[in-house]
Write a protein that binds this ligand. Structure first.
Ligand SMILES: Cc1cc2nc3c(=O)[nH]c(=O)nc-3n(C[C@H](O)[C@H](O)[C@H](O)COP(=O)(O)OP(=O)(O)OC[C@H]3O[C@@H](n4cnc5c(N)ncnc54)[C@H](O)[C@@H]3O)c2cc1C
Ligand code: FES
Length: 362
């Protein structure tokens, strides 16, 4: 395939200033990190440097075109904002995952990707406590950014409990070992392999924490792993304020729980109210029930709008109000200028009664 054809396939051309929240960034290089994970290093042009300033633990929202379909996904920054100039995300394959496999198989240096500016609340807090991180699988990505930043900017002691299927699945193994050597009194890395040690249970979590229940705890990994860590820490008397949790969701992951109806087949809501949703360039008039969010309304009608956190902080679900008004229940993502331009988080946005026309970015 020629370079030009490849760029076209990827949906974005060099130098094109995309409208809306996405920016076109060049992939500087890709790095194979383990048997099933690859890092993508991005070039951020000077004009976007300020916009792409980030805190350790934050993520980027990407929009990829895979098999002709636009798919929005979040990936945490694994780089350190204080000691590394480049923006790096690391993407681990998921069985049957559309984007994660496509990125690992296809994306290469020189390609352009559509990226939103950094967002997220799972960040290193400026407190004096010891830091204990529980990272599982790809959940290591925000954790390693937090570790590098805490080592570079504080004198806090850090313990990482890092769970993986087996040794071959470990991402950043050498980098972590190097940091342990450089900071022997401050960083402790404990590897745990499902194939050898089994899945972590409450007793194991208690053992890893020991008497350090006054630490700040950062948790990111597969759902069951996070659940056992969180519930055990709470049962040990750790306060909620000491827990920082990031859940890696994907719109595809809860397909089973999504309301299932084909576009256009939803029945009219009580009172016959409707809203107009413009998605992928097509306009859909969909039934709306008072109090329901735009995202829920669109999904109920069988549309597939982008979303991830559903809590108002990732920005995945942004859309622009073209006519009418929307009230947001929460907003930990959009700034004043975006609000002034009519952008809303559709997972949090409840239409006001009356006409509403809302458009997802093309
Ligand atoms: C804030 C945040 C940060 C993240 N950071 C990272 C990171 O640093 N690194 C990383 O690797 N990931 C990260 N993720 C996860 C990432 O965004 C994606 O969810 C992940 O890569 C899977 O996407 P996918 O397109 O490959 O999988 P999808 O295609 O969305 O599939 C996900 C799962 O759903 C199943 N599935 C898909 N379609 C269907 C269907 N039709 N019916 C039944 N099941 C289906 C698949 O089998 C798979 O198990 C993060 C997520 C969030 C929210
Ligand atoms: S889905 Fe994350 S802000 Fe709406």
């Amino acid at each position: 395939m020629s370079d030009a054809t490849e760029e076209k396939t990827l949906g974005t051309l060099a130098g094109v200033d995309l409208k809306g929240p996405y920016h076109s960034l060049r992939v500087a290089r890709v790095v194979d990190e383990s048997q099933d994970a690859r890092s993508i290093v991005l070039e951020v042009p000077d004009a976007l440097r300020d916009l792409f300033t980030y805190q350790a633990g934050q993520f980027l929202t990407f929009r990829f075109e895979v098999d002709g379909k636009k798919l929005v996904r979040c990936y945490s920054l694994a780089s350190c904002p204080n000691s590394e100039s480049e923006h790096k995300v690391t993407i681990k394959r998921i069985q049957d995952g559309r984007v994660s496999n496509w990125v690992n198989d296809t994306l290469a240096a020189g390609h352009y990707v559509e990226v939103m500016r950094p967002a997220g609340l799972f960040t290193l807090q400026n407190r004096g406590h010891r830091v204990i991180l529980f990272g599982g699988g790809s959940g290591i990505t925000p954790c390693i950014s937090i570790i590098k930043t805490a080592l570079a900017t504080t004198d806090r002691k850090i313990r990482l409990v890092y769970a993986n299927r087996d040794e071959a699945s470990v991402i950043f193994g050498r980098e972590l070992a190097d940091f342990e050597k450089r900071y022997p009194d401050r960083l402790e890395v404990i590897h745990r392999y499902d194939a050898v040690h089994g899945f972590a249970d409450a007793a194991a979590v208690r053992g890893y924490v020991g008497a350090d229940t006054d630490a700040d705890f950062y948790i990111c990994g597969p759902g069951p792993f996070m659940d056992v860590v969180e519930s055990t820490l709470l049962s040990m008397g750790v306060a909620r304020e000491q827990l920082f949790i990031e859940r890696f969701g994907s719109p595809g992951a809860d397909v089973a729980s999504a309301p299932a109806s084909a576009p256009g087949s939803a029945t009219a809501a009580e009172g016959g109210a409707t809203i107009t949703v413009v998605l992928n360039g097509s306009s859909h008039e969909v039934p709306w029930t008072s109090g329901e969010t735009v995202l829920a309304t669109a999904r109920k009608a069988g549309l597939e709008p982008p979303f991830a956190c559903e809590e108002g902080y990732c920005g995945c679900c942004m859309a622009q109000v073209k006519e009418g008004a929307v009230d947001m229940k929460a907003n930990d993502c959009l700034d004043r200028s975006q609000l002034a331009e009519g952008w809303v988080l559709t997972c949090q946005g409840v239409p006001r009664p009356g006409k509403l026309r809302i458009q997802y970015p093309d």
